[in-house]
Design a protein around this ligand. Structure first.
Ligand SMILES: [Mg+2]
Length: 261
């Protein structure tokens, strides 16, 4: 094996949107890269803030696009929810999100529509959201209940090129009205990356987080003490100072040289 600055790293954690795939198209060289990483004995995991569906569906999409993947190689916020410190006490939970999220949460704890009973507000993106839902969710927050978001991504790009408000935009509305901070299950929380290391059986010192978003992938990787690689040219950030990756590349195929593949 030839040398490279990341040649001793044994585990690669990849973001999906804008990194491994763009909508329904794989990034250039992504399938070959993952194949060769696995062939070299490295661990590959997919760590995504996607908050609809489950790991099985993400694994099926990766497999269909040319990267054979099992659900246990994918971590998404909903799959980490049961282990989150805020959920471990099994609080009565007010859910803002699609019905599939409500169903998932109901397997973990009591779900309520009654603002007076809620001990936690859990939020995800909900295209059917009504103003009254936000008003109801605000009441427990004003009484001191925590606000937990599956992700705090502000923008969701969709297929026709439009940008939709993400869970982070909705969470910001509630948090500012309540005068509190939102807590997040997914990236950039250290909890999420720590959960990924544990799930995938990966050592912190040997792991690299690769992604296209400074505020989630790079900030999260740094929070967990991982080596970080930024891909693509999107340098937008709301953080000051901007999260600094250890390395930057135009796309994932550039990892080959860094890894000595
Ligand atoms: Mg991304």
């Amino acid at each position: 094996m030839s040398d490279g600055p990341l040649a001793r790293k044994r585990s690669l954690l990849f973001d999906l949107d804008g990194c491994i795939w763009f909508g329904d198209v794989l990034a250039d060289g992504a399938a070959e890269l993952v194949r060769d990483l696995r062939a070299s004995g490295r661990t590959v995991g997919f760590v995504t803030n996607i908050s609809s569906g489950r790991a099985r569906q993400i694994a099926e999409k990766l497999t269909r696009l040319g990267i054979p993947t099992t659900p246990d190689e994918v971590l998404m916020p909903v799959e980490a929810l049961a282990e989150h410190p805020r959920m471990r006490a099994r609080p009565t939970t007010f859910v803002i999100g699609q019905s599939e999220l409500r169903t998932t949460v109901a397997e973990l704890t009591d779900v309520t529509h009654d603002p007076d009973r809620a001990e936690l507000v859990l939020l995800s993106r909900d295209p059917q959201l009504r103003y009254d839902d936000l008003a109801d969710a605000l009441q427990p927050l004003l009484r001191g209940a925590p606000l937990l978001a599956l992700n705090v991504d502000l923008r969701v790009p969709v297929a026709d090129g439009r940008i939709l408000p993400g869970a982070g935009a909705l969470a910001t509305a509630l948090a500012s009205a309540a005068g509190i901070e939102v807590e997040v299950v997914g990236k950039p929380s250290r909890f999420f990356l720590d959960t990924a290391l544990r799930r995938f059986g990966v050592d912190r010192d040997e792991a690299v987080m690769v992604g296209d978003t400074l505020d989630s992938d790079i900030a999260g990787g740094r929070a967990a003490g991982l080596t970080t690689v930024h891909v693509g040219g999107d340098l937008r950030t709301l953080r000051d100072p901007a999260p600094q990756p250890d390395l930057s590349l135009p796309g994932v195929s550039g990892l080959r040289g860094l890894l000595g593949l």
